[in-house]
Design a protein around this ligand. Structure first.
Ligand code: TXA
Ligand code: MG
Length: 349
């Protein structure tokens, strides 16, 4: 298949054409405010199957359904609880996916066999215009090959999807850089299944106490099924093994310098994920700053691009500094821990 990549123009010609492709059962990658999505008609079982094939993704991992109007949720959810209405009012359009009981006409191919459906109203003009143009709800996982870091530019999508999908709508680099927060409102207590830009504190300010699924912070074994099936896979992973080093800043820098010394002595090529504050303190290896510690937003924005840069460079091992596991930092550490397969070292000064 020949993949067409085109800038989303002001006149909306590209968006209109891509919308038609979606309506007719094709696949279109598009920018959202979080990461690029790989879209297909959410009501078409065949489109969902094509999405799984293009990503190389297990088909028991459900897709998020994207809408461009608040009222669409009432057609897709069997029930819209009060807590969900409060979350929708506060955070939609925006980087929040809400899990509902699904309406009967959503195919199980879209929901990975589940009776629930994740719905999101993205806050990106191209995403909204595309969904409107398609005239159908759009199922869209992140537009990466399964297991690779999510794409935050159209070029990342091209790397993974060229030849496998019909269209890539280029909307430049995305704003947030990590996937949406997922909150399940089908149980007694609302539960975060995946942390994101909408933090636990932000959600609690609107709906009161919110729990967090165990699979968010630690590796769950085979007997514990994470609520978001996607959380069980080694996700967001760079090709080289990654280790996170956490603790007081000077001790972390010293340990990473010692680790890169040892690795280089064995002939390995090292990547170091540093910050603006520490970048100059690393002595060897390929050192990339992921952003400034004074702005968690900058770190979220750059994280996947840095992991992809190390893939392109072909390093053998990667060491990363750790981050505060709170607010947006919870989303950053969740993705980093998955990328590391939960390999973490704690150092004391
Ligand atoms: O920001 C985002 O959410 C991006 C953009 C494109 O919107 N999409 C995204 O989709 O990250 P994906 O497929 O890469 O991740 C979806 C996650 C998976 O971990 C999946 O298991 C979970 O959401 N999920 C989807 N539907 C679910 C459901 N009904 N119940 C529980 N988890 C669900
Ligand atoms: Mg994904």
């Amino acid at each position: 298949m020949k993949t067409k990549m085109q800038k989303a123009d002001k006149q909306g010609t590209a968006v209109a054409e891509a919308g038609r492709v979606l309506r007719e059962g094709g696949l279109v990658a598009f920018p959202t405010e979080t990461v690029y999505g790989l879209g297909g008609n959410a009501l078409d079982a065949g489109a969902a199957e094509k999405i799984y094939a293009a990503k190389g993704r297990p088909s028991d991992n459900p897709l998020i359904v994207h809408i461009a109007r608040m009222e669409s949720v009432y057609e897709l959810a069997a029930e819209v609880p009060e807590t969900a209405k409060k979350l929708m009012d506060a955070f939609w359009p925006g980087p929040l996916t809400i899990i509902f009981r699904k309406a009967a006409h959503i195919p199980y191919e879209t929901t990975g066999g589940l009776e629930t459906v994740g719905i999101r109203f993205p806050d990106h003009p191209v995403a909204q215009a595309l969904i409107e143009a398609a005239g159908v709800p759009v199922a869209a996982p992140s537009a990466n090959t399964s297991g690779r870091p999510s794409p935050t530019t159209a070029e990342h999508v091209w790397e993974d999807m060229e030849g496998k999908i019909d269209w890539i709508l280029d909307g430049g680099s995305v704003g947030i850089g990590v996937e949406s927060t997922i909150i399940d409102v089908t149980g007694e207590v609302p539960m975060i299944l995946r942390p994101g830009y909408v933090t636990k504190q932000m959600a609690e300010a609107v709906i009161g106490p919110v729990a967090t699924d165990a699979a968010v912070t630690r590796q769950v074994d085979e007997t514990v099924r994470p609520k978001a099936p996607g959380m069980k896979y080694r996700h967001y992973a760079p090709k080289a093994p990654l280790t996170i080093v956490e603790g007081e800043q000077r001790a972390v820098v010293a340990r990473i310098n010692a680790l890169t010394d040892q690795a280089i002595a064995k002939g390995k090529r090292c990547g170091v994920i540093a910050t603006d504050e520490t970048q100059a303190l690393y002595k060897q290896g390929s050192v990339l700053s992921v952003g400034s510690r004074s702005s968690e937003e900058s770190i979220a924005h750059n994280l996947y691009a840095v992991l992809r840069a190390f893939d392109a460079e072909g390093v053998d091992v990667i060491y990363s500094e750790g981050f505060q596991d709170d607010h947006l930092g919870s989303a950053i550490m969740n993705r980093l821990r998955k990328a590391a397969g939960h390999k973490e070292i704690y150092v004391n000064s």
